[in-house]
Design a binder for this molecule. Structure first.
Ligand code: PGA
Length: 250
């Protein structure tokens, strides 16, 4: 089964509204490829303006997180319906920085996945092992427990809407990329787990992005591998030149 490649940029805590719009416009101007999905995830304040700037273009917009209540007395949170109304179609969930610095757990990932689906947003669910876990040969176990917890209670119809991002924690922002073999093997394990937990269709159709120090120089090799369906890019998504370079290499 052929899966459409996706190159996604996670802008993290970078860029003002004006800077975000300028980058989105530069991407629009330089984007040549029409055969893959391109997605950008600005900060919350910039989502609406960026979504307006790319409206009608192939560039998709994502939130970097969401809360699982639609509204209420939850100071500083942002909900699925709010992201959707601001122009987002996707939302990143369970990024390792959320897990490391903001107390994200499998349970909160699961709440957010459900909330995203309910709001009609495509969840991009991040999983990945730390260096200690990899060195202790625990990678497969860690991925399985993150998937089992984060996707608990979902049925196949819901699972068909997911995108998974495999992001080894030791490769994020470190300049150390997983080798093509390491990435492909982890992706194959995730894919097999999806098949066992859901069904063959889910196994073959759900896209699994690789994230962790992706740049134009290593993108082609990684994205060529059978189970790697795209990239979730942090640092190299912050300039049009770098991000377009990855898109061109994909
Ligand atoms: P990086 O970040 O490309 O800067 O390593 C990847 C990510 O966190 O999604």
């Amino acid at each position: 089964m052929s899966r459409t490649l996706m190159v996604a940029g996670n802008w993290k805590l970078h860029k003002t509204v004006d800077e975000s719009v300028a980058l989105a416009q530069a991407l629009l101007k330089g984007l040549q490829r029409k055969d893959l999905d391109v997605l950008i995830a600005p900060t919350f304040p910039a989502i609406h303006a960026v979504a307006q700037a790319v409206k009608g273009s192939p560039i998709l917009v994502a939130g970097q997180n969401l809360y699982w209540q639609d509204q209420g007395a939850f100071t500083a949170e942002v909900s699925g319906p709010m992201l959707k109304a601001a122009g987002a179609s996707h939302v990143i969930i369970g990024h390792s920085e959320r897990r490391q610095f903001f107390g994200e757990t499998e349970k909160t990932v699961n709440h957010r996945v459900n909330a995203a689906l309910k709001a009609g947003l495509t969840p991009i669910v991040c999983v990945g092992e730390t260096l200690e876990e990899r060195e202790a040969n625990q990678t497969a176990d860690v991925l399985q427990s993150q998937l089992a917890g984060g996707l608990a209670g979902l049925d196949a119809k819901q699972a068909a809407k997911l995108i998974i991002a495999y992001e080894p924690v030791w490769a994020i922002g470190t300049g150390k990329t997983a080798s093509e073999d390491q990435a492909d093997q982890a992706h194959a394990e995730i894919r097999a787990w999806l098949g066992g937990r859901f069904d063959k269709n889910i196994e073959n159709s759900v896209r699994i992005l690789y994230g962790g120090s992706v740049k134009s120089a290593n993108a082609a090799g990684l994205l060529n591998r059978e189970h790697v369906d795209g990239a979730l890019v942090g640092g190299a998504s912050l300039t049009a030149e770098d991000f377009l370079g990855i898109i061109e290499a994909a």
